[in-house]
Design a protein around this ligand. Structure first.
Ligand code: PMP
Length: 403
């Protein structure tokens, strides 16, 4: 072993790993399973005719920032673009955190927040969500008063639980946090329907899709950034484009951490084509919402506990008698183990689906979500296949017993 040391904060950091298999149905990463609409692909092909391969892309993604700003009805300097919202999250941790500074992240939520905070040498503070995954504004503000974080991250709707927090809750936190706040709205385009207060639905600029979003608070507060991505509702996970919107002060600070020419020209061009044909995504976003609600109902009918979701995924676990019977089946199939009953029950289903080349996200051993699986909403045919397999698996275990 070579005799060298690494930066302190990296010593106990593991490289990010998730199951990757050659699955037939991939519903583990909250991507869109819908291809880009034809009109967008045609527009990309046309724009590529005179693409300048030999030139650097716009240094600060100015073209895409300008189009986003125009659609949002705000000044261009209030927008920053990154390689996925991931890059902007990481860079915000460098900008607002650092050695001797604190970053507060929600729990249970997107685990990468803590990783980015740690990479920046910041102290990571986890503030708890309610048992159902909601923000409790009073509790978060108390936490901020006690811990004095230098950056607070909110995720709305929250991954992996899927639940949506009403805008007044988010507003109370932004108003009272006393520090910069990031509101990560990676999944906000899917939020509509039961659980969203109609008073939260405020149009912004030319956008019809701003639903319960902190974007509506831009004119009121200058200490926050809203994060959005093209990876989910806009079917562009493969191109890695996300953006942050906030006050000129916040975007200026974030901008100090970004490299020149950091987003490649092809990704910028594709994102511009997406935005130009924003309306073409409405049918698939609507179908994902409808499928999500239908799937939730079906899963509940099977005996699952399903978290209320306003995203393109569902978080659920076998509950009650179904959980008991699946856990027993797990022991019979896999032998002695130290897992809890909820974990065994969830894992039984996860592994059985994997054998059928269906890949979900396994949260069964997550301390705050024992037994949980997270499943992205796929194409209607894919959703029907996964539900059919789950139903058959549960029926085979439960038999004729009423659960
Ligand atoms: N925020 C949340 C809550 C996410 O779930 C993800 C992706 N899983 C991201 C940010 C990052 O998305 P991207 O980098 O693709 O924009």
């Amino acid at each position: 072993m070579a005799d060298f040391s690494v930066r302190h904060s990296l010593a106990d950091l593991e490289e990010y790993e998730v199951e990757t298999i050659d699955a037939d149905i991939v519903v583990n990463a909250n991507e869109s399973n819908y291809p880009l609409p034809a009109v967008v692909r045609q527009d990309i092909a046309a724009r590529m005719q005179d693409f300048s391969y030999n030139r650097y892309p716009p240094m600060k993604c100015e073209t895409l920032c300008a189009l986003l700003a125009e659609q949002l009805g705000i000044d261009t300097d209030k927008v920053r673009v990154g390689n996925g919202s991931s890059e902007l999250l990481q860079m915000a941790c460098y900008a607002f955190g650092g050695a001797g500074r604190k970053i507060a992240v929600p729990y249970p939520s997107f685990s990468m927040y803590g990783v980015y905070a740690q990479m920046s040498d910041s102290e990571v503070l986890h503030y708890p969500l309610t048992v159902d995954g909601y923000l409790d504004a009073d509790a978060v503000l108390r936490f901020c008063r006690d811990e004095q974080p230098d950056l607070l991250i909110l995720n709305n709707p929250n991954n992996p639980t899927g639940n949506y927090n009403p805008l007044p809750v988010v507003e109370a936190i932004i108003a009272g946090a006393g520090c910069p706040v990031i509101v990560d709205e990676a999944y906000m385009e899917f939020a509509k329907g039961d659980g969203v207060d109609p008073r939260d639905l405020r149009p912004l600029g030319q956008l019809k899709l701003v639903v319960g979003s902190a974007l509506a608070l831009l004119h009121k507060y200058s200490n926050f950034l809203v994060y959005r991505t093209f990876s989910k509702a806009y079917s562009m996970a493969g191109l890695r484009v996300g953006y942050a919107v906030g006050s000129s002060l916040m975007t200026k600070i974030l901008g100090k951490t970004l490299l020149p020419y950091h987003v490649n020209g092809y990704s910028l061009l594709c994102a511009m084509a997406c935005l130009t044909h924003r309306d073409a995504f409405a049918p698939q976003i609507g179908e994902i919402r409808d499928q999500r609600d239908l799937m939730a109902q079906n899963l509940e009918d099977m005996g699952m506990q399903v978290w209320p979701s306003q995203t393109n995924f569902l978080c659920y676990r076998p509950a009650g008698r179904l959980q008991e019977l699946l856990a027993r089946a797990y022991d019979q199939k896999y032998g002695p183990n130290n897992l809890s009953q909820p974990s065994k029950a969830g894992k039984y289903l996860f592994k059985a689906l994997l054998e059928d080349k269906i890949l979900l996200r396994d949260f069964t051993e997550h301390p705050a979500l024992p037994g949980c699986l997270r499943q992205s909403v796929g194409l209607p045919g894919e959703n029907a296949v996964v539900l059919g397999k789950l139903r058959a698996l549960c029926r085979a275990i439960v038999g004729n017993e009423e659960i």
